[in-house]
Design a protein around this ligand. Structure first.
Ligand code: 5AD
Ligand code: FES
Length: 347
């Protein structure tokens, strides 16, 4: 089948079989991508119009108990300057974000057990008390069922936990043996059962990733049916075992954004900071390939350059206090509109 016919089939059926996905991923040219993106934009606009949702990201701790080979805040990186934000500082960030028009806050951090079930419950409760019209998203890794349950009861609406790769073998090449894909998947299913809007996702071009890994990711996402999907290129970080590995590409990340939009017409799909890091117009191109969310950084400027999952991360300098304004311009430059709303999934 021709590439365009495959794309049409994906548009109609929201799925392809294994060999068809492989053909599309391995053999597309620029014209095929453009065709895919056009359909992806149509689908995205029929569900969400021209609106792009913004999420205020607060990176509140870079301590982490895990040692993922790709990640700059892995516990064995002695060069990482560690920090934690206290509740007061986090609330200042959300207040400032609220003034700027944010109605979703994402609290993201490493797996930092200093932040116990109760401490996180208290932070979530307090933000919700101050800003009852806002959604709260947590992204703090793999925790107990009862942690997830308690945080949801205290007002957390959404949870981001990328599965990273749906291939057991590939998972083992990215993580130490004490971590398991099955536990990660179990967490995702628990979060869904509890009632969170759930986000999964993976890195594009991570070391040892093959086309088959990517296809497994697509099928796993089909099974999970997440409300959000976060993908971005792998970018090497100099203090990790993967310091010399090649980065993921703009082309492949955009192609996968387009494919995901056709597979999941309603999904909330961010154009990520990592995409903006590998190309100065990466986030704009992501929106044009089917993404409909951006997640500017609301962390205090003083800690931003410490949350270094990968090298050369954008928006960490002094000028970055203005991310919200910068992003509004970027969104408008490609014909979209920055929405001031919670930006919930359209059930
Ligand atoms: N390059 C790109 N993305 C990374 N992440 C972690 N390390 C890197 C890296 N080196 C992603 C992971 C994680 C998310 C918060 O950031 O997918 O889930
Ligand atoms: Fe941070 Fe543009 S989004 S400076």
């Amino acid at each position: 089948m021709l590439q365009k016919q495959l794309i049409d089939k994906l548009y109609s059926n929201h799925i392809l079989d294994h060999d068809e996905f492989r053909q599309l991923i391995d053999n597309h040219d620029e014209e095929d991508s453009e065709y895919l993106f056009e359909l992806a934009r149509n689908v995205r606009e029929s569900e969400y119009g021209k609106d792009v949702y913004i999420r205020g990201l607060i990176e509140f701790t870079n301590y982490c108990r895990n040692d993922c080979y790709y990640c700059g805040i892995r516990c064995s990186n002695a060069n990482a300057a560690r920090y934690r934000l206290d509740k007061e500082t986090i609330l200042k960030c959300t207040d400032e974000g609220y003034r700027l028009g944010f109605r979703t806050f994402v609290l993201q951090g490493g797996e930092d057990m200093h932040f116990t079930r109760n401490i996180i419950s208290d932070i979530v409760y307090s933000i919700k008390e101050q800003h009852p019209d806002c959604a709260i998203t947590l992204s703090v890794g793999e925790r107990d069922y009862d942690d997830y349950l308690e945080w949801h009861k205290n007002g957390a609406d959404r949870y981001l936990l990328r599965h990273e790769t749906a291939s057991e073998e590939h998972y083992g090449k990215l993580h130490p043996s004490c971590m398991s894909l099955s536990n990660r998947k179990e967490c995702l299913y628990n979060l869904k059962e509890i009632g969170y809007q759930v986000g999964a996702g993976f890195m594009v071009g991570s070391p040892y990733q093959t086309t088959d890994c990517i296809i497994e990711d697509l099928y796993f996402l089909k099974e999970l049916q997440p409300h959000m999907i976060g993908i971005g290129p792998f970018i090497s970080q100099k203090d990790t075992p993967f310091s010399d590995m090649e980065n993921g590409t703009l082309d492949m990340t955009l192609l996968l954004l387009g494919i995901l939009r056709l597979m999941f017409p309603k999904v909330l799909l961010p154009s990520t900071t990592a995409l903006g890091t590998i190309n100065p117009l990466g986030r704009e191109l992501g929106l044009l390939a089917g993404a409909n969310v951006v997640m500017p950084n609301l962390s205090p400027v003083s800690v931003r350059d410490k949350y270094k999952l990968y090298d050369n991360k954008i928006c960490t300098g002094e000028e970055s206090a203005q991310c919200a304004g910068c992003l509004r311009q970027r969104i408008e430059s490609v014909g979209y509109h920055m929405s001031v709303s919670r930006g919930d999934y359209h059930f």
